[in-house]
Write a protein that binds this ligand. Structure first.
Ligand code: RNT
Ligand code: ZN
Length: 413
């Protein structure tokens, strides 16, 4: 029997409709971060990456300008099934001469809108509050110096207008995510002061009302960064409360919590109190929060929660990782495919039956069946899905990466 037909029947026997799963997974938008393509460098031509994040490695072939990054995005998109958005940062503005970040305007991103329109993509945006002289001491929206704080407030305001432009032009809501690096290496003498200043800054940034059909605001928390080990101004409690009391959403980056604290477990709690929740899906490894996304247990669990909460339209899925030690386009494709695989896998899970076992207290059977499900012919449904989407089903996609490295990336000297 043909492999997909066999898989379809196997899943049907446990009450799962593979056609419905394939249908559902193809419609989910994944927001792909542009910054895997160039180690979060951007086009300002300025200094090194700062803010307590680091892209380690120096694999050759990194994109050095907009046209190279766009070409790499095209290659990446040709190898991943499903619908996507591209997630930009302010430092990816395309300008003739340098434009200060607080003066960025929609026109500086017009080329990205064209790019997105031609490919049927959505766009998301992030103000960039790092890799800048005015963020050199690691403080931005919580800065005690009023002039510096004001610069960053104005930058965030400017980027919300850019995001509104994306949403309006592409007829698809843009997510504007604020993440700041602010914190201290050592035990602070004042914990409330910086948080009060951050709160004031956010109030001012969000005071400009923007059509919610065009723009959604999210705030991203973190537990610590490199060089910022003792205190993070934008902690989870801070933003959870801020979002609950204001018209914005929490963004949970699963690399930003204590190692045994799982974002999969937070999703249902968030959904009970918020209309939506946003994610940065990544992989934490020891001190790093940004390794390439693999199909590990937590990724599967995150996808399961999204699906069994019936929240495919309430959880905003974005990716966030950057690996400079391997072929960057290959790293991109690996993570995007894995996110989509996890969603398909979750859609192929008989959640109703498993919930019934939990509610009837039959935990022995629940465990046994959950483990057996891991051996179901998932790969055959994935292959069918990829085929219908016109992208390689198996590891042969990597041949394309090798060819691209030889023909394009290796010429970037
Ligand atoms: C940093 C945050 C943030 C960044 C990107 C580049 O710890 O995760 O989301 O990774 O904005
Ligand atoms: Zn993040």
């Amino acid at each position: 029997m043909e492999r997909y037909a066999y898989a379809k029947e196997s899943y049907a026997n446990i009450g799962v409709d593979t056609e419905a799963a394939i249908n559902a997974v193809s419609g989910v938008r994944i927001s792909v971060h542009c910054w895997q393509g160039d180690d979060v460098s951007g086009f300002e031509g300025g200094g090194a990456l700062s803010g307590g994040i680091a892209a380690t490695g120096n694999y050759p072939g990194k994109a050095r300008c907009a046209s190279e990054l766009m070409a790499d995005i095209d290659k990446m998109l040709s190898l991943v099934p499903g619908k996507h958005k591209i997630n930009l940062h302010a430092i990816y503005a395309i300008t003739d001469k340098p434009v200060p970040r607080d003066e960025l305007r929609p026109e500086h991103f017009a080329a990205w809108v064209e790019f997105a329109k031609e490919r049927g993509l959505g766009l998301d945006i992030n103000p960039t509050l790092f890799s800048h002289p005015l963020a050199a001491d690691g403080l931005t929206l919580s800065h005690p110096d009023e002039k510096i704080r004001r610069f960053w407030i104005n930058h965030c305001k400017a980027m919300r207008r850019v995001g509104e432009f994306f949403g309006r032009e592409l007829q698809e809501t843009c997510v504007n995510n604020i993440w700041i690096p602010d914190g201290y290496k050592d035990t602070p003498a004042d914990r409330m002061g910086p948080r009060r200043r951050l709160k004031d800054s956010l109030d001012e940034i969000f005071s400009e009302k923007i059509d919610r059909r065009c723009l959604i605001d999210t705030v991203e928390s973190k537990v610590f960064g490199i060089g910022v080990e003792s205190y993070t101004v934008g902690s989870h409690e801070f933003y959870l409360n801020y979002a609950a009391k204001n018209d914005c959403l929490c963004l949970l980056d699963n690399g930003h919590f204590h190692p045994t604290e799982l974002v999969s477990d937070k999703i249902p709690s968030m959904l009970l109190f918020f209309d939506k929740v946003a994610l940065h899906v990544t992989r934490g490894v020891r001190w790093d929060s940004d390794h390439v996304v693999i199909l590990d247990d937590e990724l599967r669990e995150i996808a399961k929660e999204i699906v069994r909460c019936g929240a495919l339209d309430r959880v905003i899925i974005g990716l966030d990782y950057f690996d400079a030690s391997i072929n960057r386009v290959g790293a991109w494709v690996t993570g995007v495919r894995n996110m989509r695989k996890a969603l398909l896998c979750a859609l192929l899970t008989p959640h109703k039956q498993l919930k019934a076992l939990q509610d009837s207290g039959d935990f022995s059977r629940l465990l046994a069946i959950s483990e057996e499900l891991k051996l179901f012919p998932f790969a055959d449904v994935w292959a069918e899905f990829c085929e219908r989407q016109g992208v390689p089903a198996g590891a042969e996609w990597f041949d394309e990466i090798e060819k691209y490295e030889k023909d394009v990336l290796s010429l970037r000297k």
